[in-house]
Design a binder for this molecule. Sequence first.
Ligand code: BES
Ligand code: MN
Ligand code: ZN
Length: 497
Amino acid sequence: MQYFVTTDALASQATDCLVVAVYQDGEMSPAAAQLDEDTRGAVQRVIDGGDITGKPGQTLFLHHLDGIESPRILLLGIGKKGKTTENDFNTATTAMAQALNESGAQSAVCCLAEIELGSRSGAWKVRQTALNTETALYRYTHTKSENKPIEKPLNTLSFVGEETDTAAFGQAVDQGAAIGRGMNLARELGNLPGNICTPTYLAEQAVSLGERFDSVTTTVLDEAQMEELGMGSLLSVSRGSREPAKLMTMEYKGGGDAKPVVLVGKGLTFDAGGISLKPAPGMDEMKYDMCGSASVFGTIQTVAELGLPINVVGVVPSSENLPDGDANKPGDIVTSMAGKTIEILNTDAEGRLILCDALTYSERFDPDTVIDIATLTGAVIVALGSVTTGLMANNQTLADSLIKAGNDSYDRTWQLPIWDDYQQQLDSNFADMANVGGKEAGSVTAGCFLSRFTEKFNWAHLDIAGTAWNSGKAKGATGRPVPLLVQFLLNKIEAQG
Ligand code: BES
Ligand code: MN
Ligand code: ZN
């Protein structure tokens, strides 16, 4: 997809389709009203006829109208005037992209920056539309034997703005499209089945990112090298699997000598629970247990595409968690890279076992900030559902920045406490700590466990178990929290001036 910004009048646009919004209750957006005038009332007539009510995501094509150059108009429902929400806007622009892609129109010009949307700027709406267009056109095809490509897919989308908007809108389309593509990379990796997307496969993806971008340097550690580093906790999870574990680092350099932001992504390519085996229903969804790592790949790709002036390191510990004669057993005690011993009371709490060694490993990058992203606990879904990502941090300024980035990008996060009061739940009679903290506050005690390996740096933990994928009929990875992470980096760059 290519994106442009245009200042030309709608009626004279040489494009396959013009997209304008219609509000609920039949009101027209300014651009729709302009087209209505250009076409001698064609828009008002279909509104009067009840063909479109303005419900968010509703679409109606009008063809070959006198008075305008374009052979098509797409009327897009955008919700109640002045009350359009971000969700309405996302629904509408996603529907727009899908409708255009299937309409035969290969190019389109849209007028959506003018929609009233709380305090969101025109550039925000342009960015979000580009992002939603990229993600709307993603199709999973990798393991389908029949893939009918669309004959005339949408390939060009332009945004109408004033002369004074062009610079901001231009940057907005670049960012939105790059974030959308980053999300699609994360979705694709998430959607791939566990027998294709193995730790070795993820390592190949890391190598390929390094090959695609001069600014990205990838290294892959194998089990022998991890053994050398003393990563006894991570390796204990991998021992129950025939797929060798990998630890990838992707170093993006765009910020000179500045300390990097380190993103650590859980890369469990399949989590059966190990000897503490999970129940069968829905277990297929544990192929998504590498979505934290997928968001790191997506973020690194986005940052590299945009060439952002910042240093970012992606660290991905990757393993399977399976039951096996050599797997961890409840009661086993392992020694982490930090030297702390861990009593494994539940082999299904494996994410923290691989993350703790990856977090210790992150110290070597002398980080400004470390953020881990993990599908860590079912409990976070109980607490927050699939709307928002759970956030825990050892530094409130960092937590506040992530909350702000979540609101800015509308890929939101909500903080949970990791107060000392909870730490005692991890007490063990036989090791420095247990890997589980009982049934109360499961997401918090998981965060508390990680906090014991992050004392040397500013750290935040994002539990994305509820937000990384959708279940049910629309089963599929969401690409979250790539928008949140990229926004965090963009805000950080802006703050540094
Ligand atoms: N990958 C799971 C967490 C998970 C569960 C994510 C369901 C999404 C949906 C993680 O490894 C896990 O199994 N966590 C356990 C921890 C428990 C044993 C303390 C859980 O949440 O049940
Ligand atoms: Mn598990
Ligand atoms: Zn897991």
